[in-house]
Design a protein around this ligand. Structure first.
Ligand code: FES
Ligand SMILES: [Fe+2]
Length: 381
């Protein structure tokens, strides 16, 4: 997003604040309660969204040096993403080609050879089979050279890493991102540093978790003392971006920009920019850091999700005072969702089964909700 476009967005927010407006949908959106509870739809979402679309698995800064790897088990198969000695990022099924043992756990940096814990077959960092103890017991009948790790499609773009968790699938991230790509490219995300990742489990459908981030209508009530003093309530400059979306929220103080020359207007400093990178990543560009909230359904339970929150900082954290600062940030994020948003979300999820109503309604002032749920519906057709 260039400076001219940033000024356009800031003007838009100023107009909203000054005239008590926000982005409005054409009409109210009535969403069937089943959208959050129906096991058949849930199964279709799992197969067609989570197993077929590119999912954000990391920022590039988490996988910098040769041998840096992470494993991801929330995507329906055990996946391994690893930086090769040639600097290229690759992904594989995290499955030994001998008898199927899981090769690596968690994240870190591997030795030059990835050794299977079961019978010590070993692989290079680019997935080739490197060594088989007593290889003569196999080589008469099979070509060991063909038993490299099974590749998965992975693409690194704009400082983010996308994986399609299905063997043999395609991964055209550029086409998939469409107009969201230019925004992401402008943030120089590759220069950020990973600070911390935490995982939360909630009794909420995955879409209800995403909904949490899509409007500021609730700030003045649910977050009166936490987020509301920081962001304007019921103000958001919404733009659809194919199945993805952007919703720009205004920090308090943005209303004073009129007193300063436009050349000094700093978009990032004055806003919180929320993207949904479809289907399950909420990417938040904050004034001084990046947050990603990646939401994974529990494939066995329509009412349960795992939320993976990561915080990234523009500079590496070197001093104790910087560490205290980011710890406080992380604690505030976690406390706000755990004490305010998610308890309400869990009650909403239970209330869906009450028979109280067939539909929930998203107001015209909640256009991102309507867009997100319409995009899910569209992707399932
Ligand atoms: S299963 Fe990996 S070496 Fe046997
Ligand atoms: Fe909230």
């Amino acid at each position: 997003m260039d400076h001219a476009e940033q000024i356009v967005q800031l003007e838009r927010l100023l107009d909203m604040i000054e005239n008590r407006k926000t982005s409005m949908a054409e009409s109210v959106y009535r969403n069937p309660v089943d959208d959050y509870t129906d096991p058949e739809q849930f199964e279709a979402e799992w197969k067609r969204l989570f197993r077929r679309l590119p999912l954000v698995v990391a920022l590039s800064c988490e996988l910098v040096e040769p041998g840096a790897y992470l494993t991801e088990d929330r995507v329906g198969l055990p996946a391994l993403v690893i930086r090769g000695d040639d600097g290229k990022l690759r992904a594989f099924a995290n499955v030994c080609r001998h008898r199927g043992t899981k090769l690596l756990r968690g994240c870190g940096v591997t030795k030059r050879r990835i050794s299977c814990p079961y019978h010590a077959w070993s692989y290079t960092r680019d997935g080739a089979l490197a060594h088989v103890p007593r290889d003569g017991a196999f080589s008469a009948d099979i070509n060991l050279g063909e038993l490299g790790l099974t590749p998965l499609p992975v693409v690194e773009r704009h400082g983010l890493v996308w994986l399609v968790p299905s063997v043999g699938a395609a991964c055209d991230v550029d086409a998939f991102l469409g107009s969201a790509a230019a925004d992401l490219a402008s943030f120089a995300i590759e220069g950020y540093h990973h600070y911390e990742t935490r995982s939360l489990r909630q009794a909420m459908n995955w879409k209800l978790v995403v909904d949490t981030f899509l409007e500021t209508y609730h700030l003045g009530s649910l977050h009166r003392t936490t987020v509301f003093p920081i962001l304007h309530g019921d103000v958001g400059a919404f733009d659809p971006m194919g199945p993805h979306l952007r919703n720009v929220y205004a920090r308090r103080g943005l209303e004073n920009l009129r007193d300063r020359p436009r050349s000094e207007w700093d978009f990032i400093e004055q806003t919180a920019i929320v993207y949904v990178l479809f289907p399950n990543t909420v990417f938040v560009m904050q004034g001084d850091h990046i947050e990603t909230w990646r939401v994974f359904p529990d494939p066995n339970d329509v009412n349960a999700s795992e939320i993976v929150l990561s915080l990234y900082t523009p500079e590496p954290t070197k001093t104790e005072s910087a560490k205290r600062h980011w710890d406080r940030n992380m604690d505030l994020l976690v406390r706000t969702v755990l004490e305010e948003d998610f308890p309400v979300g869990e009650e909403i999820q239970r209330g869906f089964y009450s028979g109280a109503q067939d539909h929930v309604v998203y107001g015209r002032n909640e256009p991102a909700l309507a867009h997100f749920h319409a995009a899910v519906r569209q992707a399932l057709v």
